[in-house]
Design a protein around this ligand. Structure first.
Ligand code: NAD
Length: 372
């Protein structure tokens, strides 16, 4: 039986989903919904989609669907997920899945009650190389992981923030940490597990936006790893970089928006037996990270009626990390999961204190005094 899919929000990222659906013979893209007619028609023409709707309600009323992929702005993800749950349609939701932990918990509870699959897009977890590195770490083969670095150094200029929902707390829900850094921090946490403590600052160094354009954080993980994480939209040589030093090896991945075998490097420590190090080499039959393996994993689970794999779940963890960074920057102290859970300001939203260092801004002294 062919599954019937729809995409809501036919903007930039929707094309990656359409491409992934087109690559999968078990699923047909039968309909789209988009608020603006021009983008809707252009998208539907390009991907030969017959059903065309202005709203999600009209889509859910008018089509017989198995699954819907939400590619709308973040502020809509909650209400649209709840509507799909009520209609009994499985949901794959673009990142960030929700604007707060409370929203995410509500969405997950609605999906569980309706018995539908609720998958979330964090595509950096996918790809053969990431799976290989994760199994090396999990098996203990590389010794104890000790130290990590996580960098999302991207460049977003004024044109990027010209879209009406960007650059505001209401539209985007958070700054570059939430919108961009979350991907690489998600991969870090996918490899290292749960976090234990976060110490962070948020900075506004150049952009005319309400939120931070850079953040710096120290993250301690449950397994004892200490990581530094930097997110930025100010970096002309753009890179996404992760490095984990274990007792026996350094693992690195450097890429921009997606990685493959060539992006990863495993460097053995001096003295490691070369025969042993050879077993750590990345598999030859490489599949890059991206929306194709992620959508395939979602369709696999829906088609088989199986629970979603952890490639598509555990969205709470990256969202917790971001919320903890925002809470720490605001309160001026380190944040543990227990402290975060009790902090309603950062479980229900992310509006945080940002230190503004732009020329002519209030400056570090007065901004810093904004920290509680
Ligand atoms: N996983 C990734 O790598 C990745 C990359 C880019 C964007 N994203 C995420 O995908 C989402 C969309 O981002 P984008 O860059 O494609 O945005 P976009 O602005 O290009 O597209 C959003 C589309 O949603 C439509 N829309 C708005 N309100 C609607 C409504 N009520 N009903 C139906 N359609 C509506 C808009 O008309 C627009 O066409 C965001 O959550 C973003 O963070 C993820």
């Amino acid at each position: 039986m062919t599954l019937k899919a729809a995409i809501v929000g036919t903007g930039a990222v929707a094309h990656l989903h359409a491409e992934a659906l087109a690559a999968d013979p078990r699923v047909d893209l039968v309909a789209v919904a988009n608020r603006g007619a021009r983008r809707r028609e252009e998208f539907a023409d390009r991907w030969a989609v017959p059903g065309r709707h202005e709203t999600l309600d009209s889509l859910l009323d008018g089509e017989d669907l198995d699954l819907v992929i939400l590619c709308t702005p973040p502020e809509l993800h909650r209400e649209q997920t709840l509507a799909a749950c009520a209609a009994g349609v499985h949901v794959l939701c673009e990142k960030p899945p929700a604007l707060s932990l409370t929203e995410l918990d509500e969405m997950q509870a609605a999906a569980d009650a309706a018995g539908i699959a609720f998958g979330m897009v964090f595509q950096q977890r996918t790809g053969t190389a990431a799976a290989h590195v994760r199994s090396l770490l999990d098996s203990g083969e590389l010794g104890r992981p000790l130290l990590a670095q996580c960098q999302t150094l991207w460049l977003r200029q004024d044109d990027y923030y010209a879209v009406d929902w960007r650059g505001t707390w209401d539209g985007e829900g958070g700054g570059t940490t939430f919108g961009h850094g979350i991907h690489q921090m998600d991969l870090l946490a996918h490899l290292l597990g749960d976090w234990a403590e976060v110490d962070a600052r948020l900075w506004r160094l150049a952009r005319e936006i309400e939120m931070e354009d850079a953040s710096t954080a120290i993250i301690r993980f449950d397994n004892g790893v200490v990581a530094t994480a930097v997110s930025s939209v100010l970096s002309p040589r753009e890179t996404s970089y992760l490095r984990i030093d274990t007792e026996l090896a350094t693992i690195e991945v450097e890429h921009l928006y997606g990685h493959d075998r060539g992006s990863w490097r495993v460097t053995p420590a001096r003295g490691v037996d070369p025969e042993r190090a050879r077993t750590w080499e990345l598999p030859e039959d490489d599949e890059p990270s991206g929306h194709i393996p992620l959508v395939r994993a979602f369709v696999d689970a829906v088609a088989a009626g199986q629970p979603l794999p952890d490639l598509l779940t555990h969205a709470r963890r990256p969202l917790e990390l971001v919320a903890a960074i925002y809470a720490s920057a605001t309160h001026g102290r380190s944040v543990t999961p227990e402290v975060l859970d009790a902090d309603e300001r950062f479980t229900t939203g992310l509006r945080a204190e940002v230190t503004d260092l732009r020329p002519g801004a209030a400056g570090p002294a007065s901004s810093a005094s904004g920290r509680e």
